[in-house]
Design a protein around this ligand. Sequence first.
Ligand SMILES: Cc1cc2nc3c(=O)[nH]c(=O)nc-3n(C[C@H](O)[C@H](O)[C@H](O)COP(=O)(O)OP(=O)(O)OC[C@H]3O[C@@H](n4cnc5c(N)ncnc54)[C@H](O)[C@@H]3O)c2cc1C
Ligand code: SF4
Length: 511
Amino acid sequence: MIGSGFGGAMAAWELVAAGLRVAMVERGGWVERGPQNWAGEGAFVRTPAYAPDSAFRVLQGRRWAEQNLCTCVGGPSVYYGGSSFRFRQGDFDPAPEIVGGSGAAWPLGYDALEPYYTQAERLLGVAGAAGSDPTEPPRSAPYPYPPSPLAAPSRRIEAAARSLGLHPFPIPLAINYAAETGCRRCTTCDAFACAIGAKNDIATRLVPELVSRGMQLFTDTLAVRLVAEGDRIAAVDCRGRASGEALVLRAESFVLAAGALATPHLLLASGLERMNPAGHAVGRYLMRHCNAMTYGLFARNPNPGNEHHKQLAIHDFYFGVDEKDAPPGKLGNMQQVMGPPAAMLEVGLPRPIARMATPLVEHMTGLLSIAEDQPRAENGVRIDPGAVDRFGLPRMSVTSLYSPRDLAARAALIRRAKKILRRAGAWGTATWKVSTFSHAVGTVRMGDDERTAPLDPDCRFRGVENLYVTDGSCFPTSAGVNPSLTIAANALRVGRRMAARASPAHAEAAG
Ligand SMILES: Cc1cc2nc3c(=O)[nH]c(=O)nc-3n(C[C@H](O)[C@H](O)[C@H](O)COP(=O)(O)OP(=O)(O)OC[C@H]3O[C@@H](n4cnc5c(N)ncnc54)[C@H](O)[C@@H]3O)c2cc1C
Ligand code: SF4
């Protein structure tokens, strides 16, 4: 098992439950929990988890920039916002205006994933309100927990949206609101680790339990090569992150879940695309949503109680709007986003400007627009075998250019976000276009067609008997909601099928 994020830990959950012996290698270490998580230095881009030793080059727009991977036990879930959406039924049957010439097609429908969504919501203790989302797919069980009461800024957004004829509803959140251990409703949640473990991330909810049930976890250890013998993987070569010491792990089956950038990086570094009939697609079709945060500036602090208020989402525009200013077809999700903590300003702006802007932050609250982006062959991960890092991994570069449709969908959502914020009383608005890869998916997609999809419908890497990919890389399209719950549900599905193959008794127990 390579990677301890959503895809790795959820697949491991099923394998360990079936009594199989599992070893997991994770590039990062445990994130320490304490008050420092909520201080400026706790913003994830300022922590050691945003690891300079994983730096890669990115071409976005006309410029090359540098970014790092988020590496730690639990992966970026430790720093995530907890939004836990199921894909809509229609997301599994994407329209031609999204698919374009990419050949992307899901090999499974919503019904196949529904039981695993229910299981993932239970494992992550998701708090939500069934029946409140106008585009919600059918569900076989209610949410495990009810949502928290709305904070002042959320009530304001709710009233404004309703007065415009919209239908805001509670974001399903993987947050523990139970009174004794629970959430303190702070504003440093998204992009920060939770100091008290009330955010139900993978490092809090799954990994310790997996270890206590016998899973062997190697932290601060990188996989650097998958070694093939014939049509099987025989071993994975690893390096200690600090010591550089070599470790070779052998197993019956291997699960690659290093995230949608690091997974194709490892496959290409190992030359495995040459064994796959759709090898040309390995590393391509990268998507990351076309996101923007639009902030409203209010005369008075809209959040005098300084409360957590990433609480409401709006799906009235999800499947599109019949209006001239929007492209035909799906647009995506809109959800609340809290004003950027002052610490984050210092990351994005020169320090004197950040200091001047800090008082303004208290007068801001916002809406995040998540536009579905198109899978396109030109976007993806490449390696430069001539330049290797100190671990022996070839240098990775990433190309990510939005299509005119991606940009038009985002612009249409931004205009609607501004309208809601103005109706809520904002004097003015400012928009920040997101350039990170926090929602990266799609680089080793699954599908029925062996000419276009490197993974088969069970997420087995074609051409190699015993290699599976269970992270966000496997998505054929990105849909218009945050990806983690779907990564989790699919990894549980694949883990269950792997376990059934390894142990027929588990297949019977699993039905
Ligand atoms: C600030 C932030 C907020 C977010 N908020 C939300 C949200 O509210 N809702 C939502 O659905 N999504 C959210 N996301 C996105 C979500 O976290 C990702 O979609 C999800 O974590 C991806 O899961 P994964 O299994 O594909 O890979 P990851 O979770 O990225 O896991 C990959 C793991 O592999 C490890 N790894 C990498 N390379 C190697 C190697 N060579 N050897 C060993 N280990 C390796 C990494 O360290 C990592 O732990 C957010 C992300 C960020 C950064
Ligand atoms: S809002 Fe709750 S879950 Fe999020 S960091 Fe604060 S205490 Fe933790």
